[in-house]
Design a protein around this ligand. Structure first.
Ligand SMILES: *[C@@H]1O[C@H](CO)[C@@H](O)[C@H](O)[C@H]1NC(C)=O
Ligand SMILES: *[C@@H]1O[C@H](CO)[C@@H](O)[C@H](O)[C@H]1NC(C)=O
Ligand SMILES: *[C@@H]1O[C@H](CO)[C@@H](O)[C@H](O)[C@H]1NC(C)=O
Ligand SMILES: *[C@@H]1O[C@H](CO)[C@@H](O)[C@H](O)[C@H]1NC(C)=O
Ligand SMILES: *[C@@H]1O[C@H](CO)[C@@H](O)[C@H](O)[C@H]1NC(C)=O
Ligand SMILES: *[C@@H]1O[C@H](CO)[C@@H](O)[C@H](O)[C@H]1NC(C)=O
Length: 462
């Protein structure tokens, strides 16, 4: 119960008593205005977080937020610091990351065995990768280091690559007892693909490049991406590896940025191959911008419908923005296509931040912003999405991600978590299976959406 802290209740209360205040008028040409806009959204987001307070657990958000979203949020906050130079949240991020990563660096905390899938674990590893690439302060010497943690997760996940069903791929779940163990979802595989591409660039180790190729190829062969670069939700092993066709922005974003990293580190014909993919994904990513409010980002298969988006889905625009921005650094020729969309989206996004009695609570639907203000949605995902799309406007002024050779000094451990001593199996036998009543089901719960609205929505997007 302690999770329902006073700060959380305050947010719920203020949301119920909506007042209209003057919308934030973003000047996309002013660094100061961009920083103020991102800060406004970040402050609202951090009202929900109390993990650093006495009696609470670092790296945990109160319900309804699943564990993975905190890892995602810390990634967003690493970028917030890097973009704005404001280190207000750095200690909280350091503390929360280290607590959940654990002393072994495996990012498999025992408290999360009912919620942790491969995608959940990977969102934390994406945050540690960002920390290494951005030169975020290193952890104390006796703690796991950012690069080593990322490599540990990479090695754990590649040992989970499953050739027995559907010809390859990662399952959604790590543990057999969780719903979704028989599902192979695109986000788990897309996270591993992107981590492989980023580790390849950061370390120069070609093993990661080989994995990026292998994951891409399987994504194509399995039908999880179409010939015209639509990324679908996942496939179900028991029903003959058949595909759930829902399209989410973060899946496109994962493969977009991963392909941009691969494009950046390759040459000649191989680079051309990645460029073709990158261009294709970018073109099809147009489905995540509103058809009539041009260049305003939206989560196409949930925002416009009465059923709406679930807690997880409300945060997807944050990551899509993050990966669009990084794509302009890895493949600078995409800048002219991407930046106008980010600028228009950020301007519209901040117009929704007029909710609550604080008058600055952000909404979900940016495409109604100009004339409708706040749409009544509020939460971590809403705040994070506005923060990330806004801060991403500063990318043209920022140095590209560090590598081991240029700028970066995070210590790695390429063998950690690998197949050699099979810590994955040790970890699983170590953990007791939860009893039936505790099964929280899956974390990034896309399956429920399929059963409720799947095909209707699918046809509307395609
Ligand atoms: C940094 O962020 C905090 C929290 O949003 C804010 O109070 C502070 O004024 C910011 N510092 C600067 C220098 O902008
Ligand atoms: C697991 O839960 C216990 C009890 O709430 C808490 O003390 C501990 O910090 C948690 N561990 C992690 C890694 O969250
Ligand atoms: C590592 O890099 C960061 C960012 O450039 C820098 O602040 C830090 O001092 C460096 N640490 C060491 C031990 O070189
Ligand atoms: C899977 O495919 C086999 C062979 O084509 C077929 O007999 C079976 O009914 C299919 N099962 C499902 C669940 O679609
Ligand atoms: C790779 O990224 C660097 C850093 O942003 C950039 O300067 C370079 O032009 C990129 N390479 C290509 C082929 O676009
Ligand atoms: C490259 O990465 C692979 C996979 O993690 C690892 O086994 C190998 O030792 C690494 N090579 C070097 C030179 O670091």
């Amino acid at each position: 119960m302690r999770w329902f802290s006073s700060s959380r209740l305050a947010v719920v209360w203020t949301a119920a008593l909506a007042v209209r205040s003057t919308a934030y008028d973003l000047d996309v040409n002013s660094e100061d205005s961009i920083i103020k806009g991102a800060t406004l959204a970040a402050d609202g987001m951090m009202h929900y977080y109390a993990g650093h307070l006495p009696g609470n657990t670092p790296g945990i958000l109160p319900p309804p937020y699943y564990w993975w979203e905190v890892g995602a949020m810390f990634g967003g906050l690493i970028d917030y610091w890097w973009y704005t130079g404001n280190d207000t949240w750095n200690d909280i991020v350091m503390q929360g990351l280290l607590h959940q990563i654990g002393p072994d660096g495996m990012v498999m905390p025992k408290n999360q065995t009912t919620t942790e899938g491969n995608d959940d674990q990977a969102f934390w590893a994406i945050a540690t990768m960002m920390a290494a690439e951005r030169g975020f302060p290193n952890p104390p010497k006796d703690k796991p280091q950012w690069l080593a943690v990322t490599q540990t997760v990479f090695n754990l996940q590649t040992t989970r690559w499953d050739m027995e069903h559907c010809n390859g791929g990662l399952r959604w779940q790590i543990f057999t007892w969780n719903n979704g163990y028989t599902y192979k979802n695109t986000v788990s595989n897309g996270c591993l693909f992107q981590l492989a591409a980023r580790l390849a660039r950061y370390t120069g180790n070609s093993t990661y490049e080989d994995w990026a190729d292998k994951i891409w190829d399987w994504t194509v062969e399995s039908g999880l991406v179409s010939d015209d670069y639509r990324f679908y939700d996942g496939l179900d092993i028991p029903s003959n590896c058949s595909i759930n066709h829902n399209q989410w922005s973060y899946n496109a974003g994962l493969y977009l940025a991963g392909s941009a990293y691969m494009y950046n580190i390759t040459t000649g014909a191989v680079q051309e191959k990645w460029k073709t993919r990158l261009d294709g994904i970018l073109w099809m990513a147009g489905v995540f911008f509103h058809p009539t409010q041009a260049d305003v980002m939206y989560e196409a298969i949930c925002e416009p419908y009465p059923r709406g988006c679930n807690t997880d889905q409300k945060s997807f625009k944050a990551y899509f923005s993050r990966w669009l921005a990084i794509t302009t650094q890895m493949a600078p020729y995409t800048t002219e296509l991407i930046m106008p969309k980010l600028r228009t989206s950020a301007t519209a996004a901040l117009k929704t931040c007029v909710g609550g009695t604080d008058g600055v609570t952000c909404g979900l639907k940016w495409y109604t912003g100009d004339w409708n203000g706040w749409d009544g949605n509020y939460g971590v995902g809403e705040q994070m999405s506005v923060m990330e799309v806004t801060q991403s406007l500063l990318i043209p002024f920022k140095t590209p991600p560090f590598t081991e050779v240029v700028g970066g000094n995070s210590t790695g451990d390429p063998a950690a978590g690998g197949a050699g001593d099979n810590p994955q199996l040790n970890a699983i036998t170590d953990l007791s299976q939860p009893t039936g009543g505790q099964k929280a089901g899956a974390a990034i719960a896309t399956l429920t959406v399929l059963s409720m609205t799947g095909y209707m929505v699918y046809y509307m997007v395609t």
